[in-house]
Design a protein around this ligand. Structure first.
Ligand code: UFG
Length: 327
């Protein structure tokens, strides 16, 4: 029996594959390589270049590999892009997930761990954010993830497909042994942008210093990608045991401002970061901090890399390696 990882050649997916392999799971990856990188997938996983909308190829793979559960990362995730081109997000995120769920129905697979996001909350009504906070996305990306969450609810109700929905906060860092890491093109996330600016001798923009926070810059809850991947395994194991659908936030419960992250990156790398203040970015809430108490309690999840120094230093090792390989 094997676990199917959809989007396993992406940033989070490739860390997921690594952790599953470490735990001796049989892992099968499907990825259409629109954003993923084949070389990031651990060699011990079976890999298929396949779009999850390709029903007949998906049926063949699932039957050949004896798949028992699905972990689904295959999605577009750039908030600003979703504002400009929502159709791309409705198509790739919602329609493709509908195909995947129908494939699961045809093949009688009834367990899925789904990659959702803090973007389903929009501008939060209270901090820290609990799973039962209001769901009011303020961009198409968050809207598409919320639509899928609702689809999962009704598919459980009607077809008995059980799910674990994981709402990620700000995922960062890289595998401790730098076997994989973040490689987005274009890169939009703060930590890799800071680290690449050092290596490429560039200036970064801070999007707004007039937010209602202590130093005026936005506060986020950063979670290490390996801690996140481990939470998926715990969620899947819990689902197998209880057969009960659940929703969990995944963050560290601590907020750090953009300026604090810049200062920490300077400390970790020993380099000065060149920045300028730019206007606010559309759709950025001032503060996003998770309550992950439910995941800690129900899944017995204990993040290992909760300090921003550790998160940034693993990312720094990865980006230095990428830079050396390129030059
Ligand atoms: N930022 C900058 N300069 C940059 C890049 C980012 O100042 O060059 C700031 C942003 O304005 C924000 C913070 O750094 O205040 C973090 O930005 P990221 O782009 O790294 O991450 P987001 O908080 O925008 O995104 C995260 C997840 C999304 C999710 C979103 C919910 O990555 O999947 O939170 O708001 F949708």
């Amino acid at each position: 029996m094997s676990i199917l990882v959809c989007g396993g050649a992406g940033y989070i997916g490739s860390h997921m594959v690594l952790e599953l392999i470490k735990k001796n799971y049989d892992v099968v990856v499907v990825d259409n390589l629109s954003n993923g990188h084949r070389e990031l997938v651990d060699k011990n996983a079976k890999f298929y270049t396949c779009d999850i909308r390709d029903d007949s190829l998906m049926d063949n793979i699932i039957q050949k590999e004896n798949v028992e559960a699905v972990i689904h990362f295959a999605a577009f995730s750039i908030v600003s892009e979703s504002m400009i081109d929502p159709a791309k997000y409705y198509d790739n995120n919602i329609l493709a997930t509908l195909s995947l769920l129908n494939t699961m129905r045809r093949n009688k697979i009834n367990k899925i761990v789904f990659s959702s996001t803090a973007a389903v909350y929009g501008e939060p009504e209270s901090i820290p954010i609990h799973e039962d906070n209001s769901l009011r996305p303020i961009n198409p990306y968050g809207e598409t993830k919320l639509t899928i969450e609702k689809m999962l609810y009704w598919f459980d109700n009607a077809y008995n497909i059980k799910y674990s929905i994981l709402r990620y906060f700000n995922v960062a860092g890289a595998d401790e042994n730098i076997k994989t890491g973040e490689m987005h093109n274009p890169e939009t996330h703060l930590i890799p942008i800071i680290l690449k600016s050092i290596l490429e001798n560039k200036k970064i923009k801070i999007f707004g210093d007039d937010y209602p926070t202590q130093d005026g810059t936005c506060i986020r809850d950063y979670i290490h990608v390996t801690d996140l991947a481990i939470a998926h395994i715990l969620a899947l194991e819990k689902l197998n045991k209880t057969n009960k659908s659940e929703i969990y936030n995944l963050g560290n419960g601590n907020g750090f401002s953009v300026m604090q992250i810049i200062k920490t990156a300077e400390k970790v790398t020993g380099k000065k970061i060149n920045y300028e203040i730019a206007p606010r970015r559309i759709g950025d809430p001032a503060i996003l901090i998770a309550s992950s108490e439910k995941a800690k309690k129900n899944l017995n999840w204990q993040p290992k890399f909760y300090e921003p120094e550790k998160i940034i230093s693993t990312a720094w090792n990865w980006h230095k390696k990428l830079f050396l390989d390129k030059n």
